[in-house]
Design a protein around this ligand. Structure first.
Ligand code: BES
Ligand code: ZN
Ligand code: ZN
Length: 459
C-alpha cells in the first residue's frame, strides 16, 4: 500500500478545501465568522500554491485551504502538488467533489524524494483518505510502478549496473511467480546475441540479456523490451562531460518496462507477459568495440558501427528479433534512444513510433485521458535507405544530422517482424528541473497512458 494513501478514517481526516480565485467568495460564505476573518486577515486569495491552515473553535486544525489559481488553470492536475508537500503529517480528505482522478496519484508522487543516500530521510507524511476503497489497490499499484521507475533511474551506476538490474528483475519474478532467465558475458556470443556483447564487453560488470515470462501461456502475448544501458559513456566516441553527466539514466527504458511489468502483474492483467532487457554498460577499455567494427546480429544481418554512442539500437535489435520469434500480439519497447527525440518534442512529451494506425490512435486517446503526453512520429520509409552501409547490411546511424529519432526508430523496425503490432517509445526518463509533483531526476513518462491502453485492451 502507498504510505500516502488510505481508506481508513475518512470522517476524522482533516478536510482540504481546494479554492480557485473565482471560487473564493462562494467558499468564504461556507465558513464560520471566525474562520472568515482568519482567511481575510491572512490574505488568502486562492492563488496557486497558497496554503492556509484553519483552526476550529478549540484551536485544533479544522481544515486546510489550498489555492488552485484561476479557473483556467484548474485543468492542471498537478496544481495541488506544491501545497501537498508543505502539509504537516496527518490524514486529510478532499472536502469538495474533487473528481480529478489523478489527484491521489499527484498526492503521492508529490511527496516522493530519492533519499537512499541521504542521512536525513524523507519525513513527509500527508496521507490522503479516499472514500472509494475499490480505487485504492489500483492507484497504489500505479504509484508503486512509477516510484520504482524513479528509484531505479536515480540510483547511480555503482549500485545499478547490469548485475543489479538483473537482481531487480529476479526479485520481481520471485514476487509474482514469473520465470526468470539470463544470459551473461561470453554466453551471449554462444547464443548469437553479439550486439549486446559488443556494446557491453568493455565493462567490468558483464553484459547480459535478462528475460522474464509471466502469466497464462494461452493469454494474449505482450512483450516489453527496455534499453538497459546502465551507463552510456558514448564508448570510444566518448561523450563530452556535459553530455555524460546524467547517463546513469540510460537504463530509463529498462526502468519503465520493469515498473510497467510490476503494474501489470500486480493488477493481474490477463496477458502472457514477457520482459526482455539487454543490460550493459557502454564503457571503454582495451577490448571496447570500435567505430568501423562490423557485428553480426542475432537476426543474421551485419551492422557496421558508425558511432559507438548509437549503442542503444544495437543492444535492442537482438532483443527485438528474439521477441518477434514468439509472435507477440503486442510488443512495446522503451528506450532513452536519441537526443534528437528531445530536440523534436522537448523533455516531457514522449515520441512513439508504430505502423499500427489503430494502435497509435488508441494510445493517443489514452494519453489525453490520462494527462500523460505521448505523440506519434512517423516511421518514414523513404528515409530508410539512409541506414545503408558500404561494407555491411546496415549502418547503426543515418548519414546526416537530421531526423535522428526517426532514423533510430527505422533501424529498430528492421528487426521487428510485425511492425503494426509494435510501438517504440523514445523516452527522456528525466526531469531536468523540479516541476510540481515531478522532482528533478528520474521520471516515468507515458507509463500511465500505456497502462490505460493495456487495461482497456486486456483488463
Ligand atoms: N543515450 C543516448 C541518447 C540520449 C542522450 C538520450 C541524451 C537522452 C539524452 C544515446 O545512446 C545516444 O548517445 N544517441 C546518440 C545517437 C547518435 C550518435 C546517432 C545521440 O542521440 O546523439
Ligand atoms: Zn549513446
Ligand atoms: Zn545510450
Amino acid at each position: 500500500m502507498s504510505e500516502y494513501l488510505t481508506c481508513k478514517g475518512y470522517d476524522t481526516a482533516t478536510p482540504i478545501h481546494t479554492v480557485s480565485t473565482e471560487g473564493l467568495s462562494a467558499w468564504l460564505e461556507t465558513l464560520t465568522p471566525a474562520q472568515f476573518k482568519w482567511v481575510k486577515n491572512n490574505k488568502f486569495k486562492g492563488n496557486k500554491n497558497e496554503t492556509l491552515k484553519i483552526a476550529g473553535s478549540g484551536g485544533e486544525l479544522a481544515a486546510v485551504a489550498i489555492g488552485l489559481g484561476s479557473d483556467d488553470s484548474l485543468a492542471d492536475p498537478w496544481a495541488l502538488a506544491s501545497a501537498v508537500k508543505s502539509l504537516p503529517e496527518g490524514n486529510y480528505r478532499l472536502h469538495e467533489d474533487n473528481d480529478q482522478k489523478l489527484t491521489p496519484i499527484v498526492w503521492a508522487l508529490a511527496q516522493y524524494k530519492f533519499d537512499r543516500y541521504l542521512q536525513k530521510k524523507n519525513d513527509s507524511g500527508a496521507v490522503l483518505v479516499l472514500k472509494n476503497e475499490g480505487q485504492l489497490a489500483e492507484i497504489t499499484a500505479v504509484i508503486s510502478g512509477i516510484t520504482m521507475v524513479r528509484d531505479l533511474i536515480n540510483t547511480p551506476t555503482c549500485d545499478m549496473g547490469p548485475s543489479h538490474l538483473s537482481a531487480v528483475m529476479k526479485d520481481l519474478s520471485d514476487k509474482y511467480g514469473a520465470d526468470f532467465t539470463e544470459t551473461v558475458g561470453d554466453d551471449l556470443l554462444a547464443k548469437g546475441y553479439n550486439t549486446i556483447h559488443a556494446v557491453g564487453r568493455a565493462a567490468v560488470n558483464q553484459p547480459r540479456l535478462l528475460d522474464m515470462v509471466w502469466g497464462c501461456a494461452d493469454a494474449p502475448k505482450v512483450t516489453l523490451v527496455g534499453k538497459g544501458v546502465c551507463f552510456d559513456t558514448g564508448g570510444l566516441d566518448l561523450k563530452p562531460s556535459s553530455g555524460m553527466r546524467i547517463m546513469k539514466k540510460d537504463m530509463g527504458g529498462a526502468a519503465h518496462t520493469l515498473g510497467l511489468a510490476q503494474l501489470i502483474m500486480e493488477t493481474g492483467l490477463d496477458v502472457r507477459l514477457r520482459l526482455l532487457i539487454p543490460a550493459v554498460e557502454n564503457n571503454i577499455s582495451g577490448d571496447a568495440f570500435r567505430p568501423g567494427d562490423i557485428i553480426k546480429t542475432y537476426k543474421g544481418d551485419t551492422v557496421e558501427v558508425d558511432n559507438t554512442d548509437a549503442e542503444g539500437r544495437l543492444v535492442l535489435c537482438d532483443c527485438l528479433t528474439l521477441a518477434s520469434e514468439d509472435k507477440p500480439d503486442l510488443m512495446l519497447d522503451f528506450a532513452t534512444l536519441t537526443g534528437a527525440a528531445r530536440v523534436a518534442m522537448g523533455p516531457s512529451i514522449v515520441p512513439f513510433f508504430t505502423d499500427g494506425d489503430v494502435l497509435a490512435y488508441d494510445l493517443s486517446q489514452c494519453s489525453e485521458e490520462e494527462n500523460d503526453p505521448v505523440w506519434r512520429m512517423p516511421l518514414y520509409a523513404p528515409y530508410a535507405p539512409g541506414l545503408k552501409s558500404n561494407c555491411a547490411d546496415l549502418n547503426n546511424m543515418g548519414s546526416g544530422p537530421f531526423g535522428g529519432a526517426i532514423m533510430a526508430a527505422l533501424f529498430l523496425k528492421h528487426f521487428v517482424d510485425e511492425p503494426e503490432k509494435w510501438v517504440h517509445f523514445d523516452v527522456y526518463a528525466w526531469n531536468m528541473s523540479d516541476l510540481p509533483g515531478r522532482p528533478k531526476g528520474g521520471e516515468a513518462m507515458g507509463l500511465r497512458a500505456v497502462y490505460a491502453y493495456l487495461k482497456g485492451r486486456f483488463g
